[in-house]
Write a protein that binds this ligand. Structure first.
Ligand code: UD1
Length: 414
């Protein structure tokens, strides 16, 4: 890509990656065919389909719809070949324990953003009456009976909340999950589960209350829009002094992010189905601290660093969720960013223009952040390993090109 173009135009985002994968896992909870619409065209969806097929489901992907037919007795073993490619597959753990009273799920490999233990998932399942251990590279959980329990999470983990929730909906009696994650994707999952017959209250608050039911029915559910993809476009508009209408997302899910863009000098107007962002001058420096929802999303931290790198002034970015998520900052420095990290803080002094270089994407969001930075650099920047970006962003390069970015996909290294 060559930097210097203003990004201008309309863009529509698809369904949320971090929701659709959990909705697909929820289909395991009921025998029969569940349908999820507004499904994004990203690599993780067919990968999740393969995990479900390995568990005995039939999965049909058609346009933006996925239909999952779950047998009366799914398999309980998600093996390494299916799950190793992406971490979200761990979300089949809760549904399998609930349906089969037994689950063996291979542990996904290490992650570029830091260690991602499953201790809170296991503690929650144990409190529901399951035994859980790590054996031969797999997390194993078994329960003769699942019984409701009072569970307090040490941290509002998204994945632990989802797994415990999906086990508790079929447990006997009442469960409370305190300090639960409040992300819109959790609310979306609760909406689908309630439609399937689950009894859940408190979705979107810090306490979820679940009354177990003996069985659930399949459902049809529309996945919410992807707030992380939408915000990526918003930040891209601000970094390139652009003018963009972003559709397909609930702007309430981005309240704090849009406030930060205003802090950078953007005019931001929310509408029913998204927002309009216009940036006329060089963006101003803004501080960001990542936190669980409704805080600033850790998944946008690389883009926030990109914005800070070209802003007027010095920004402080604090990462509170994943300990190693600043590793990619080295690549930003290669692009001329004046950035220094110390523990979970980064201090970034904005420069007028970044300087093109070959850089390597290490995960989905770091990859997107590097591409946005490349669009603000002089000369030609090459971002390698862009397959990471395809895991979470449909048509990323094509959309940037349609918005006026000078960018193309080359070679077949990926
Ligand atoms: C999900 C999202 C990811 C996002 C993250 C935080 C999906 C597929 N991924 O990941 O994009 O960045 O939420 O918003 O939805 N932790 C433990 N023990 C546990 C579980 C988590 O220590 O048992 C720690 C993690 O190491 C991390 C923090 O808790 O430091 C948050 O992780 P969590 O909220 O669980 O993230 P994920 O569900 O893995």
């Amino acid at each position: 890509m060559t930097g210097g173009s203003r990004l201008v135009g309309d863009v529509r985002v698809g369904g949320a990656k971090n929701s659709v994968l959990k909705l697909m896992a929820a289909a395991l909870l009921a025998e029969g065919t569940s349908t999820i619409t507004n499904c994004p065209d990203i690599l993780d969806v067919p990968l999740m389909a393969d995990v479900l097929r390995g568990l005995g489901c039939e999965v049909v992907l058609e346009g933006d719809e996925v239909r999952i037919t779950t047998p009366a007795q799914p398999e309980y073993h998600a093996d390494f070949a299916a799950v190793r490619q992406f971490r979200a597959s761990v979300c089949v753990l809760g549904p399998l324990v609930a349906r089969c009273r037994r689950a063996v799920v291979a542990l996904p490999g290490g992650d570029a953003i830091g260690s991602r233990p499953l201790d809170m998932h296991q503690t929650g399942l144990r409190l529901l009456g399951a035994q859980s251990s790590i054996e031969h590279g797999c997390v194993v959980a078994e329960a003769e009976d699942l019984r409701g329990a009072a569970i307090r999470l040490a941290f509002p983990s998204v994945g632990a909340t989802e797994n415990i929730l999906m086990a508790a909906v079929l447990a006997k009696g009442e469960t409370t999950i305190d300090n639960a994650a409040r992300e819109p994707e959790i609310v979306d999952l609760c909406t689908m589960l309630v439609q399937m017959g689950a009894r859940i209250t408190g979705a979107g608050s810090t306490t979820l209350h679940i009354v177990g039911v003996p069985s659930l029915q399949p459902a049809t559910h529309r996945c919410i829009g992807d707030r992380i993809v939408a915000a990526t476009w918003g930040i891209a508009a601000v970094m390139t002094r652009g003018d963009m209408v972003v559709r397909g997302v609930n702007p309430k899910h981005l309240a704090l992010v849009l406030e930060k863009l205003r802090g950078a000098g953007a005019e931001v107007t929310p509408h029913m189905d998204g927002f309009h962002v216009v940036q006329n001058d060089r963006p101003r420096a803004v501080n960001f601290a990542t936190l669980p929802y409704p805080g600033f999303p850790t998944d946008l931290q690389p883009m926030a660093i990109g914005l800070a790198a070209v802003a007027d002034g010095t920004s402080m970015i604090t990462e509170n969720v994943f300990e190693a998520r600043f590793r990619f900052v080295e690549e930003m420095i290669r692009l001329g960013a004046d950035a220094r990290t110390d523990g979970h803080h980064a201090v970034v002094r904005g420069v007028e223009e970044l300087s093109s270089a070959p850089v390597w994407a290490s995960d989905i969001r770091a990859g997107a952040g590097l591409v946005l930075a490349g669009l603000c650099a002089d000369g030609v920047t090459e971002v390698h390993d862009v397959y990471h970006i395809d895991r979470g962003y449909p048509r990323f390069v094509e959309i940037l090109s349609e918005l006026g970015g000078s960018i193309e996909r080359v070679g077949s290294e990926d």
